[in-house]
Design a protein around this ligand. Sequence first.
Ligand SMILES: [Zn+2]
Length: 194
Amino acid sequence: MTFINFHTHRPASSSDERVVQDGIDTWGIHPWYAADADFTVSPPSGIIAIGECGLDSLCPTPMDVQLRAFRHCIVLSEQRELPLFLHCVRRLDPCLMLRRQMHCRQPWIWHGYRGNARRLRLLVDEGFYISFGLHYVPQALLECPPDRLLLETDDDPRPIREHYARVASRLGIETNELARRMQANFQVLFPEIF
Ligand SMILES: [Zn+2]
C-alpha cells in the first residue's frame, strides 16, 4: 500500500510514502517570499504542479506584490495545464475572484485546510480539492466529498501513514480504503505521471 502525501516540504520518510514535494515536484512564488522573487525565472520542466502560491493577509509582503506573484503563478498553471497548490490565509474572496476573473480551468488544491464545513462546500462547488494537514476542523473533514479530499503533512516530520490511520478512523473506513481513494484522486490530478 502506498500513502500519498500531497504536500510536503520534505522527501519521503519511508518507501511506502509517495510525496508531492514542494520545490521539487512543484514550483511557485510563495507570498511570504514574493518581494524577493525573480519573475523572469521559468519553472523547471518535470514539475507536476504550480505552487504553493496565493495570498496571505498575515505576512508582511505588500498585497500588490502578493497579487502580482499570484497572478504570475496562475498564468503558468493555465499555460502549462498544471494544477495549482493554493496558500490562502484570510484572503478567500480575492482568491475566488481571481479564479473566476482569469477563467481558470486547472484544479486548485487548497492546502492545509483549517476552515469550517460551510466554507468547504463553497470551495468544492468552485472546483477546489481540499488538502487536510494534521490540524483541521473534524466536521469539515466529514463533509468533504471523497473525490476532493487529499492528505498532507506540510512541514511536519511525522510519517503520513499515521495521518492516514487517524483520518480513516474518523471517517469510519479502513486505512487501505482511504489510501485507495487518495490514489484515485492522485490519478485524476496527475494522470500523466501515474
Ligand atoms: Zn507548505
